[in-house]
Ligand binder design. Structure first.
Ligand SMILES: CC(C)(COP(=O)(O)OP(=O)(O)OC[C@H]1O[C@@H](n2cnc3c(N)ncnc32)[C@H](O)[C@@H]1OP(=O)(O)O)[C@@H](O)C(=O)NCCC(=O)NCCS
Length: 250
């Protein structure tokens, strides 16, 4: 199972509260990095990501073993991908996070050698140029004719899935997103639309073309109200690897 958490604004401390709480949950290396962040919104998002990641790690700690948040550091690799350290040593867990509209989504894959990418998006209309520039013709055709007729929902799902895949491959938006083509059984997409309040993961199909890194991929998506959550693994996992929401203490 892939443990994950999704926290909306109001379900975790605000930016100014997190800033005050920072000494209780940031490692010294993270505290030094925080000092370099100049823009309040970026600082709030960055703090929210560390807060969610450490709440998730605390919830995963075996019973009876204390979790000392300041011993863990979620640092930035040269590509921007997060790397988890404990007392200065990298841990063989892949952790990924995403922030959007005051919410934060974080997941962790404890299997060595398997990298994970997650993404969180808010369903919204975007400029038509965005659809033309970043989606393959097949994806554009799908979003235009999928039922129910809600292109913003479908494009948001497709976009989020691409970002999750690019993160799981450690590439981010350094490559053309059209090299990743997302598709799924139309009934599965309709189920995603219907299940906006049921929070059910659906398997999504992905094909990649000419990427510098090739890997068999697993991909899931779900809707939570007007949010879309996606989770990708750079491996074909057994069914038991599917995401599994982890309850955390506030
Ligand atoms: C990774 C990327 C797709 C994230 O996009 P986003 O929707 O703006 O932001 P999200 O909140 O969903 O994700 C941000 C998190 O992704 C992670 N991330 C960043 N780069 C990553 C990469 N190359 N691989 C995997 N994860 C990455 C980080 O954990 C980051 O959060 P943090 O900085 O607080 O730790 C995008 O920022 C990117 O591609 N960055 C690298 C390439 C770049 O900077 N290109 C120049 C821009 S033109």
């Amino acid at each position: 199972m892939i443990p994950w958490v999704f926290l909306r604004a109001g379900e975790y401390p605000s930016g100014s509260e997190l800033f005050s709480l920072a000494p209780s949950f940031l490692s010294p290396a993270e505290t030094a990095y925080l000092g370099t962040l100049r823009f309040p919104r970026r600082r709030d998002d960055w703090l929210a990501g560390r807060w969610a990641a450490k709440r998730l790690l605390a919830a995963l700690q075996p019973a009876g073993q204390p979790f000392i948040a300041t011993e863990y550091a979620l640092m930035r690799s040269p590509s921007g991908a997060p790397i988890l350290h404990h007392l200065g040593r990298p841990l063989p867990y892949s952790l990924s996070l995403s922030h959007r509209a005051g919410a934060v989504f974080c997941a962790c894959c404890p299997l060595p050698g398997v990298a994970l990418g997650v993404d969180l998006e808010w369903v919204e209309e975007r400029h038509p140029a965005f659809y033309q520039d970043y989606f393959t013709l097949a994806e554009q055709a799908f979003a235009a004719k999928a039922e129910p007729n809600a292109p913003a929902v479908w494009f948001t799902l497709l976009w989020s899935a691409k970002e999750a895949v690019l993160k799981s491959l450690g590439l981010g938006l350094s490559v053309d997103p059209r090299r990743i083509e997302i598709s799924a059984d139309p009934h599965a997409w309709q189920a995603l639309h219907r299940q906006a309040s049921a929070s059910v993961w659906q398997i999504v199909t992905v094909q990649t073309r000419g990427l510098p890194v090739d890997a068999p991929l697993s991909l899931w998506a779900q809707r939570r109200g007007d949010f879309v959550l996606t989770c990708a693994l750079n491996a074909k996992g057994p069914a038991e690897l599917a995401p599994d929401e982890h309850p955390i203490q506030p």
